[in-house]
Design a protein around this ligand. Structure first.
Ligand SMILES: [Zn+2]
Length: 249
């Protein structure tokens, strides 16, 4: 039995029983971890509004067994990210961010770089005027930090330069030259030289600097398609929609 205190971001919060919540956090010390907050839905709960999705908190967890559900014994809010929850475009972007982190990380496997990218991503989301592009850059960065770093330097199959006509193969996890693409008949995403250049440039930059990049028109469309398809392949399910208003009722 142990008490653990760590910084954490709320990825998901579901109602449980009469008054409790089961929460999924991405924490600095423990990585992805689930905990139950007893009485969190009561009017006078000691957790107040601290355990809303996207909140950054200082968390104390009580663990009976290392592999079981922890109990949330205390939480102090560090950054509530209210502004993220006030706008549908930002809610949609933040939902995609946390869904990707939840999907590409394993339980109890700490990943401080991913934690800091998530925190920087949410902070930038409050300021950006293009949540969609910020999410794209965030997703590329998280995939690059996870075990699913896409191969963008050369053809993932023959290792030759991909030339001007290439595809991104979600199944192979990287770029395919035209010859290899013809052979593998994968459902690849066509990539123009501009999109490949964008990905390579963004990857070399510190995350905070890469978020100032701009992408429009064909490049933007290709990147959205590529990241969506790849994230869906590695996570095994669709991420929340880019535009929540466009979701069919
Ligand atoms: Zn090839």
């Amino acid at each position: 039995m142990a008490l653990v205190t760590t910084r954490a971001i709320v990825l998901k919060s579901i109602r449980w029983g009469e008054a409790d919540r089961i929460l999924t956090f991405f924490s600095l010390r423990l990585g992805k971890v689930r905990g139950i907050a007893r009485g969190a839905r009561r009017m006078k709960s000691r957790f107040g509004g601290m355990l809303e999705p996207f909140s950054s908190v200082n968390l104390t967890l009580f663990e009976k067994r290392r592999d079981g559900l922890a109990s949330v014994s205390h939480a102090d809010i560090l950054e509530p990210f209210f502004a993220v929850r006030e706008c549908l475009d930002r809610i949609s972007a933040a939902s995609r961010m946390v869904a990707l982190v939840e999907g590409v990380t394993a339980d109890r496997d700490p990943g401080p770089p991913i934690f800091h990218v998530l925190l920087d991503g949410l902070r930038s989301l409050v300021r950006t005027d293009d949540p969609g592009l910020l999410t794209l850059i965030f997703q590329m960065r998280v995939l690059g930090q996870s075990g699913f770093r896409p191969q963008l330097d050369h053809c993932v199959t023959c290792e030759r330069d991909v030339g001007r006509t290439c595809m991104f193969s979600p199944a192979a996890g990287g770029l395919l030259c035209a010859a290899c693409d013809r052979r593998c008949r994968d459902d690849g995403v066509p990539m123009s030289p501009g999109s490949v250049a964008f990905l390579r440039r963004a990857r070399r930059m510190p995350f905070a600097v890469s978020m100032r990049l701009k992408a429009a028109g064909r490049v933007r469309h290709e990147l959205e398609e590529m990241i969506d398809t790849y994230a869906r392949t590695v996570v095994g399910k669709r991420l929340p929609e880019r535009n929540l208003l466009a979701v069919e009722p």
